[in-house]
Design a protein around this ligand. Structure first.
Ligand code: GSH
Length: 211
């Protein structure tokens, strides 16, 4: 099987997590930013991730891929009811964090932006939604405190490691994305969660390129 991804992409991280947690052999194929031909050819739509099964058929949508991999490769990991507090935290924090995360993604060290043209295509794509990204970087000092406040709320929720639920496929991608933001402090329980999940899922954090 092949999994078409962008390395930075939190939705792609969801699918990578399930493959990693279950040790499912999946070949990661990085699509270059600006290459809309590849996803369009595979699914008729532009978004990633895409799972291409061994029979050649393709599945888009990250959570569909997560559940397909979990259902197809026993033992099933998602057996507990969704952890609603972690789910709610993830959704709220994603909205608050996007303006910090997106400009840093476009400046990051990812295979999909290995050429100048691809990086420019990524910047152009994001500026359609977020406006000028340099201007967003300049707002860092005002954007950090609400996200830091969210991190303070999260740490007690992770005091004892919660059972794996679909919420982890929202939470870890949000935390991984935030790990590219310099100036945020993660609490001890949150750090333990991030490091544990990075190791078990083999989806690395972005701490080494925090900006
Ligand atoms: N609902 C989709 C969202 C996927 C998505 O938005 N992917 C982004 C990458 S982070 C994408 O491929 N965007 C490219 C585009 O829309 O042109 C999922 O969960 O898989």
């Amino acid at each position: 099987m092949k999994l078409y991804i962008y390395e930075h992409c939190p939705f792609c991280s969801r699918a990578r997590m399930m493959a990693g947690l279950k040790n499912i052999p999946v070949e990661l194929c990085v699509v270059m930013e600006g290459d809309s031909e590849t996803p369009l050819r595979l699914t008729g739509k532009k978004g990633l991730p895409i799972l291409q099964k061994d029979d050649g058929t393709c599945m888009p949508e990250s959570l569909d891929i997560v559940h397909y991999l979990d259902d197809t490769y026993p033992p099933r990991l998602l057996t507990s009811p969704v952890n609603e507090p972690l789910m709610a935290w993830s959704k709220q924090t994603w909205s608050l964090g996007l303006k910090l995360i997106v400009p840093r993604f476009t400046r990051g060290k990812f295979a999909e932006v290995a050429t100048d043209a691809a990086r420019q295509a990524f910047i152009t794509r994001e500026e359609q939604h977020f406006g000028n990204l340099d201007a967003l970087m300049a707002q860092t000092d005002t954007l950090l405190p609400p996200v830091q406040a969210q991190l303070e709320k999260l740490d007690p929720l992770l005091a004892s490691p919660p059972p794996l639920t679909e919420a982890d496929f929202h939470l870890y991608p949000v935390l991984r994305s935030l790990s590219i933001v310099q100036g945020l402090t993660f609490g001890p329980n949150t750090l333990r969660y991030m490091q544990d999940m990075a190791q078990k899922s083999r989806v690395p954090l972005l701490t080494d390129q925090a900006q």
